[in-house]
Ligand binder design. Structure first.
Ligand code: HXC
Ligand code: NAP
Length: 295
């Protein structure tokens, strides 16, 4: 393996390709911006002069996001908001608008996910993941779109997706279906709102491990071997690489890109052949015994 160099690593955290003032006077609304990839994306906007609004449910996540943005010198507003609730979204936008003006960028990053065999999934488990990941994305986009249409101002939406939108996601049927909806929604909204100046794109992260991953997701990763050699890039993603892609998509340099889904995964999702490793069921992968109707 030692002669396999993989894809080169990125420049370090803190470097930027875009001019330092790219988002000066722009407010960027990031759902789930207090943890993991949402925080990394918000950080890159903050480095480029944006004021940041973070919307999520948990106080500890909001505090963590706020601290991170303040450490970068960015004005920040962190608001408790469950994106399943249209009234809460509207109230959060009101607060954002009052504080920094109407957000010019919306990053729909918040999502829900846990590994579960489809046959074990309760109706409410399915509903919860679809409600947060797909419905929440739509509701936030709707709020952003309506406000910009009313104001007659342009804007940019970046929806965070996942590559199993195309491939299906065994063990994650709810999240994969919801992310397929997010990709499709991106394309519909880009056409509907282009005439009003609103750009709508999606960003698909490959594997980006981070310290905020939920125990379920972390456990699912830990069940398999070292992640770097499993990727064509011979490495997983570094969070700033996703943040840079998000800032580019929402920047003036990408104004003619809309309805696009940009995959940042070192080609991992294309790694499919007709001779894959032997099949193991999701139950086996998760260390679960045979299905019983009362399990
Ligand atoms: C089976 C589960 C479950 C699990 C919850 N449920 N966890 N079922 N296995 N591990 C079921 C519950 O039993 C319940 O159904 C229903 O789901 C709702 O659960 P609640 O706990 O009441 O929901 P809620 O408090 O709204 O919390 C939502 C949540 C939670 C999704 C369950 O995990 C959460 O808040 N997650 C947010 C962060 C997150 O998911 N991040 C992952 C993003 S990563 P019943 O029938 O009992 O009522 C990602 C891609 C990563 O998307 C890819 C990496 C490889
Ligand atoms: P994460 O740290 O678990 O982030 C999920 C975020 O969503 C949390 O900040 C959470 O905040 C917020 N959230 C969840 N439910 C919410 C709700 N009902 N209302 C408001 N906010 C809610 O996961 P992550 O890895 O950073 O994932 C970020 C995005 O990347 C997701 O869209 C995910 O699907 C995608 N993704 C990640 C990977 C990866 O390798 N990490 C791979 C593919 C795709 P609260 O708990 O405070 O509400």
């Amino acid at each position: 393996m030692s002669d396999l160099i993989g894809l080169p690593g990125p420049p370090p955290v803190g470097e930027t390709a875009l001019p330092a003032d790219t988002f000066a006077d722009v407010s960027v609304f990031v759902t789930g911006g207090g943890t993991g990839l949402g925080k990394a994306i918000a950080s890159e906007f903050a480095r480029l002069g944006a004021s940041i609004v973070i919307a999520s449910r948990k106080e500890e996540h909001l505090a963590s996001g706020k601290d991170a943005m303040e450490a970068l010198g960015a004005p920040v507003l962190a608001v408790a908001c469950d994106i399943r609730e249209p009234d809460a979204i509207s109230a959060t936008f009101d607060e954002a608008e009052k504080t920094f003006g109407l957000p010019g960028v919306l990053v729909n990053n918040a999502a829900a996910n846990f590994p579960v065999p489809a046959e074990d999934m309760s109706p409410n488990a399915w509903r919860t993941v679809v409600d947060i990941t797909l419905n929440g994305t739509f509701l936030c986009a709707r709020e952003f779109g309506r406000r910009h249409l009313t104001a007659g101002t342009p804007g940019s939406i970046v929806n965070v997706g996942a590559s199993y939108a195309w491939t299906g996601g065994p063990g994650f049927a709810h999240s994969a279906a919801a992310k397929a909806g997010v990709k499709n929604l991106t394309e519909s909204l880009a056409v509907e709102w282009g005439p009003y100046g609103i750009q709508v794109n999606a960003l698909v992260p490959g594997l980006f491990p981070h310290e905020d991953m939920t125990a379920d997701i972390r456990g699912s990763l830990d069940r398999t071997s070292d992640k770097d050699p499993c990727q064509p890039a011979m490495r997983v993603g570094q969070r700033q690489e996703l943040g840079w892609a998000a800032t580019f998509l929402a920047s003036p340099y990408a104004r003619f890109i809309s309805g696009h889904t940009l995959v940042v995964d070192g080609a991992n999702w294309q790694r499919r052949t007709l001779t894959n490793p032997p099949v193991t069921t999701v139950r086996e992968q998760m260390g679960k015994g045979p299905f019983t109707a009362d399990s």
